[in-house]
Design a protein. Structure first.
Length: 612
């Protein structure tokens, strides 16, 4: 029997919109025995471009041509550049693809919900039933097709009813994230404007936090102002007051997208577009009576399960953070992760790291461009049905350390990184934790930070926080080879702290450490982007710089900084250093160690001259 493998691309799985669609996809995949691999990230959350570069690196990982088909939840991406890059990769692969809420690409089949008509019905209800005339609008991302349709429907409904909209003062650009609702109300509060009749929000996540923020300010809903959302999520149905919203067949849309895709893979003709209808749910937050009959026992059961799951996950996360903070080796790190997996009941997991994660910590690369995935990965932790093992190396193109041999598997592939630096990814299979827990992203960041810290232990000097000998040699060798290839000049510089023994013997080793660290800080800040430096041994430092003009600028900055240090330190001793340096265009006959030794010899010659 042929087992089909489908890729799914999504961002922000912790929101209820993708969650419901994913549940529909997963149910269909299990019933029809094909595998789904989700490539997922949590970009645009912590307001850091460097962090987002590392987070979005996961979308560079898949070779879509190795899959039978792909599901694109492209409307979950707030960054149009990332979304378009993924779409271009899928087009280039030539495999069948189904995209959600987008009709812009003739190569894809699409599943969409009529956002326009249902939003228009909602706004017309506010006008005709509740007499609303003054509106504020909290929007989704400007480049998002769903957000565009909802806002267009909002504006058309107002225009057709003779209502002008103050877009300059009563429009807030959000990104479908919960925190946008808070930001929108804070910005409105600073404006000093009078309350509108209603806040219309482009989704429930923003509406619920906006409603909470208004209530905290003493504003009553719906007595003082109405508010509406879109999606009819669990929290919207159970908020106080119950949120007026739009009910969409999200779960069914996930199943339908899978049905279309599998039929396409099997060569069956399918409709190019499938449009599903939604319905407005008028409830308490717009002043309507909530007529929907709810089963209180189901509500109590669901709420209890959510609370218990949250308590369990918080406990797990606390133990994970405590364990990872003490980790001094990858084995320590793996032990903490394994205990975490036991708590959440995950028996299939792979920790996949770039093959040189232990030694390739490069300070410069963090500030310039992220390191992508290499051709070879390593998996120090693999769990398969609870059985633990490791895989020394496997092709990154393969994705999994060992390929699944059965169908019906649901795998979530999430990035591990530190800011821009790509460390690898992990795969959680047949566990709903990545979509059911709001703490999944926090857990992922904890693991990434721990792996990054372990790599720093290998290449950074713990006292000075610059490269140790190993770290310098590895990174300097890269620059050295670049200079050989481009026939560019480079400067090798060796620096020795003067009088360290006297400082240690007279004032103690704490003062000696202060002197060493102070010189390291001076050297590091004087290098800037044109050079790299390392601590070679006790009081010895080495610097490699690019270009003919490096050494003059470096020495000027270093000497000036040392003088300023002596003036402000208040220490009973003066810090000084001896330097040896030369500039050369290296050739293939040269060896990096020989050049370092030559600079070391020049330094000692200068030290002897100064001692005379």
């Amino acid at each position: 029997m042929i087992i089909r493998n489908v890729a799914a691309v999504v961002s922000g799985m912790d929101e209820e919109y993708p969650y419901q669609i994913i549940l529909g996809i997963n149910n269909y995949a299990r019933e029809h025995n094909f595998n789904v691999s989700y490539f997922a990230a949590f970009g645009g959350i912590i307001d850091s471009k460097d962090f987002d570069v590392g987070e979005y690196s996961i979308y560079e990982l898949p070779d879509f041509s190795s899959f039978d088909g792909v599901l694109l939840l492209s409307n979950t991406f707030s960054d149009p550049d990332i979304r378009n890059a993924i779409i271009d990769k899928v087009k280039a692969s030539g495999i069948p693809a189904v995209i959600f809420e987008c009709k812009d690409h003739k190569e894809f089949y699409d599943i969409s919900i009529n956002n326009y008509s249902v939003m228009k019905k909602l706004v017309e209800h506010l006008i005709k039933v509740h007499g609303a005339r003054v509106f504020n609008y909290i929007s989704g991302p400007a480049a998002n097709p769903e957000a565009q349709d909802r806002y267009r429907a909002f504006r058309d409904a107002l225009a057709e009813n003779g209502i002008e909209f103050d877009e300059e003062n009563r429009f807030f650009q959000g990104y479908f994230r919960s925190y946008d609702g808070i930001r929108a109300i804070e910005e409105f509060g600073r404006s000093g404007m009078s309350l509108p009749d209603v806040f219309v929000c482009a989704n429930d996540s923003m509406a619920l936090t906006a409603m909470s923020k208004l209530q905290q300010a003493g504003i009553r809903i719906p007595e003082d102002v109405l508010i509406t959302g879109f999606d009819n999520t669990f929290n919207a149905q159970n908020s106080c007051p119950v949120l007026t919203s739009v009910k969409r067949p999200l779960y069914y849309s996930g199943e339908k997208a899978c049905s279309v895709l599998i039929n396409l893979i099997n060569g069956e003709v399918q409709p190019r577009s499938t449009e599903l209808e939604a319905e407005p749910i008028f409830s308490e937050s717009c002043g309507c009576v909530d007529n929907e009959v709810k089963n209180i026992r189901d509500f109590r059961r669901d709420t209890y399960q959510r609370i218990e799951r949250t308590y369990t996950n918080v406990h797990m996360l606390n133990r994970l953070i405590a364990g990872l903070s003490r980790a001094e080796s990858i084995d320590d790190c793996i032990g903490s992760i394994k205990r975490m997996l036991d708590i959440i009941g995950c028996t299939d997991f792979s920790l996949c790291l770039v093959s040189d994660w232990e030694t390739n910590y490069n300070v410069a690369s963090i500030n310039e461009e992220h390191d992508g995935y290499p051709e070879v990965m390593t998996a120090p932790l693999v769990l398969e049905n609870g059985v633990r093992y490791s895989v020394q190396s496997f092709p990154a193109r393969q994705l999994f350390p060992t390929l699944p041999m059965t169908g019906g598997n649901i795998s979530y592939i999430l990035p591990l990184h530190f800011n821009r630096r790509c460390l690898g990814y992990y795969i959680m299979t047949n566990s709903d934790f990545p979509i059911s827990s709001l703490l999944c992203h926090t857990m992922t960041m904890c693991i990434g930070n721990a792996v990054d810290n372990l790599s720093k232990l290998n290449v950074l000097d713990p006292l000075c926080r610059i490269y140790n000998r190993h770290g310098f040699n590895k990174n300097a060798d890269h620059v050295f080879r670049e200079c050989i290839s481009s026939e560019s000049p480079m400067t090798m510089c060796f620096i020795d702290l003067d009088g360290l023994k006297t400082i240690n013997d007279t004032y103690g080793h704490n003062e000696g450490d202060f002197a060493i660290k102070s010189v390291a800080d001076v050297i590091s800040s004087s290098c800037k982007s044109a050079g790299l430096c390392g601590r070679f041994g006790g009081d010895e430092f080495v610097v490699l710089g690019r270009g003919n003009g490096f050494i003059g600028s470096f020495l000027e900055k270093m000497n000036k900084s040392i003088e300023e240090l002596n003036e402000r330190s208040g220490k009973p001793y003066r810090i000084s250093a001896s330097v040896g340096h030369f500039t050369v265009i290296p050739t293939r006959k040269d060896k990096l160690f020989d050049l370092i030794q030559r600079a070391d010899d020049l330094m000692y010659e200068n030290k002897k001259k100064r001692a005379r």
